[in-house]
Design a protein around this ligand. Structure first.
Ligand SMILES: Cc1ncc(COP(=O)(O)O)c(C=O)c1O
Length: 465
């Protein structure tokens, strides 16, 4: 069953671990134990393939993987040699694929909005990125001489927003933050004095209202219509506005080009600031990607907030803020006083993860899955819930809105749904004023169709009563 090679390892053909991965693991182990010394040439791919009776391409795949992880250097045809290994040890246990069912879905509460599905998280690839940083540059996880965060990550973010959001920015304009809320906090501390006001969308993301109030900043409510957030009315001019032009939270629409242009004019005339909260923009499922407003404005008076919470994990607590060049110095002052809140340890690994392409493979994979789930939820609501209200179908994001008929009260429905373990939220709770919105915010990203099916059936019964 097992075969020995001069590299002194065995492959097990009965194992579920692919053969190329067994080859990788064995070389990693021998490199760490010191049995293989740095600089040594490993057997040629043809030789090892012959000794193990596997195809040559299997060995090439394994060697290329080890090159990508920093264990080997060289290339096909010219031979591969072992690199020096950093002083940080890999854990003794093998890095293996995590079976989906063994990954806990923290607080699984079907239909709760904005939850990424952690069962789709690429644990194995992430572990490799972390292990590679541990081996090759462990100091990058502990030390940072940059006020704005890890430089490699900021460079990766600059490339990401250029490709995905049409924003041209250099790494020096980018600050790594502990999520979107932390980014907003940094903006407020830099731009707004306590007696000034900030325009925020209503309906909107209510923690923003709380954040303003906690800093003694007056909110100016921005109504939302079919073109997106409306401009502040003339007698009540805020110093800045916080808006979600790519995907209004929670209603879901996209801001029209005319409204975007009007905001840019507003900022120029008022010397105001636009804070663009682009919290889940990578999740667009139809049509062309909608460029960020910050790109239209060439980051003149727009500050751009992005987050890894939705693409990656709410628990990672990493996001970023991109600022106009004119604000780099004031931001540096804020960060010197306030300190970097984003955890340093995962930053280099995330940069690695983005550079290797694993991040984008993950993004493509979850986008496809979330879109299937969105379509499922829309179909179910159209087929079985039309007597209770109407579904708003925007092909974007991680949640959608079901507007309830007037004889139903969203808060009462949500409260009863919570008792059945259904985590819906309400439009009423997303408004700061009494605006008479009445609807449910239903998340689809975190749950399989089967998991949603049962909750929808319970919700349907509840609404019929
Ligand atoms: C519109 C909006 N802004 C900001 C946030 C906060 O993002 P983070 O968790 O990265 O702080 C959220 C979270 O769901 C959101 O929906």
């Amino acid at each position: 069953m097992s075969q020995q090679s001069p590299l002194l390892f065995a492959i097990d053909r009965t194992s579920k671990t692919p053969i190329f991965e067994q080859i990788c693991e064995s070389i990693r182990r021998q490199a760490h134990s010191g049995r293989l010394k740095p600089g040594i040439t490993v057997p040629a791919t043809r030789t090892l393939a012959g000794e193990l009776s596997v195809s040559r391409s299997t060995v090439v795949t394994a060697y290329e993987q080890l090159v990508a992880e920093g264990y080997l250097q060289g290339r096909r045809g010219a031979g591969y040699t072992l690199c020096a290994i950093g002083s940080v040890e890999l854990p003794a246990s093998k890095i293996t694929a995590v079976p989906m069912e063994s990954v806990p879905q923290l607080e699984l509460k079907p239909l709760a909005p904005s939850e990424p599905d952690m069962r789709l998280f690429p644990y194995r690839q992430w572990a490799k990125a972390v292990a590679r940083v541990c081996r090759t540059e462990p100091e990058a996880m502990l030390l940072c001489d940059e006020t704005f965060g890890n430089l490699a990550l900021r460079q990766a973010i600059a490339e990401h927003v250029r490709e995905w959001r049409d924003i041209e920015a250099s790494a020096e304009q980018i600050i790594v933050t502990a999520g979107a809320s932390d980014a907003l906090n940094i903006c407020l501390r830099t731009l707004i004095a306590t007696d000034q006001s900030v325009g925020i969308e209503d309906p909107g993301y209510q923690p923003i209202t709380q954040l303003l109030k906690s800093q003694g900043i007056r909110p100016v409510w921005l109504d939302v219509d079919q073109d997106g957030a409306r401009l502040p009315c003339s007698e009540n001019q805020p110093t800045a506005v916080v808006i979600t032009p790519s995907h209004q939270y929670p209603l879901g629409g996209v801001m029209s080009p005319q409204r975007r242009a009007a905001y840019i004019n507003w900022a120029n005339h008022q010397q105001g600031w636009i804070i663009e909260d682009d919290y889940d923009s990578e999740f667009r499922y139809g049509g062309r990607p909608i460029p960020a407003l910050a790109g239209f404005d060439a980051l003149h008076r727009t500050l751009y907030i992005g987050s890894f919470a939705k693409i990656f994990s709410n628990r990672l607590r990493l996001g970023y803020l991109i600022v106009p060049k004119s604000l780099i110095d004031p931001m540096r002052q804020t960060m010197d006083n306030f300190g970097l809140r984003a955890g340093l340890m995962p930053q280099q690994a995330l940069a690695e993860f983005m550079r290797s392409g694993d991040f984008y493979r993950h993004l493509r994979r979850v986008r496809k899955r979330y879109n299937e789930r969105r379509r499922f939820l829309v179909e179910q609501l159209k087929a079985g819930f039309s007597q209770f209200g109407t579904v708003q179908d925007y092909p974007a994001g991680m949640q959608l809105v079901f507007h309830l008929n007037n004889d139903l009260d969203d808060r009462e429905v949500a409260q009863r749904a919570q008792q059945l373990g259904i985590g819906v939220e309400t439009l009423s709770d997303s408004t700061a004023r009494a605006l008479h919105y009445n609807g449910l915010v239903l998340g689809f990203s975190g749950y399989s169709p089967e998991e949603m099916r049962e909750s929808l059936s319970n919700l349907q019964q509840l609404l019929s009563r």
